[in-house]
Design a protein around this ligand. Structure first.
Ligand SMILES: [Zn+2]
Length: 154
């Protein structure tokens, strides 16, 4: 008959939480072309928060490319702290604590959300440069199977 909630055991320190909200990013800028990304000198800027209280984080962005010229993963290294996160080419997971501990968050962590947008931006930039890239990322922010869609010449 009691409606008193049963206390969680001390071994379960994570308190009750509201359902996880998708990451909302104000802006994502990838200031680079595809060759910058491959050489590891691209910069990814992630702006989160809202118009009055925003937080800007810069990352070095590098693509790991297989010997056949396909992007196999992305490396993000945060400017301020040097923290590194690896994401697979389709941005379907991330090594950061947010994704590891809140894997059920719709759309994933900020890095996954930002990288999907960055991939689209890179695709737009690359679409005018047929020598570098044959195919470009898809429309919208749907996850893109880069290994299928990106083919580097040479
Ligand atoms: Zn992450």
């Amino acid at each position: 008959m009691s409606t008193v909630p049963v206390p969680r055991p001390p071994s379960h320190p994570i308190p009750e939480r509201k359902p996880l909200q998708p990451v909302q990013l104000l802006r994502v800028e990838c200031r680079a072309g595809i060759e910058d990304v491959i050489l590891g000198r691209a910069v990814l800027v992630i702006v989160s928060g809202d118009a009055t209280d925003s937080d800007t984080a810069g990352y070095w962005l590098k693509a790991d490319v297989s010997h056949t010229g396909h992007i196999v993963s992305w490396q993000l290294q945060k400017f301020a702290t040097g923290e590194r996160y690896n994401l697979p080419a389709d941005c379907s997971s991330c090594e950061c604590a947010d994704h590891v501990y809140r894997e059920e968050r719709p759309g994933g962590c900020r890095h996954m959300v930002a990288m999907r947008q960055a991939v689209v931006q890179l695709g737009r930039m690359a679409s005018g440069d047929d020598d570098m890239v044959e195919a470009v990322a898809g429309e919208g922010d749907e996850p893109v199977d880069l290994d299928q869609r990106w083919t580097l010449a040479g």
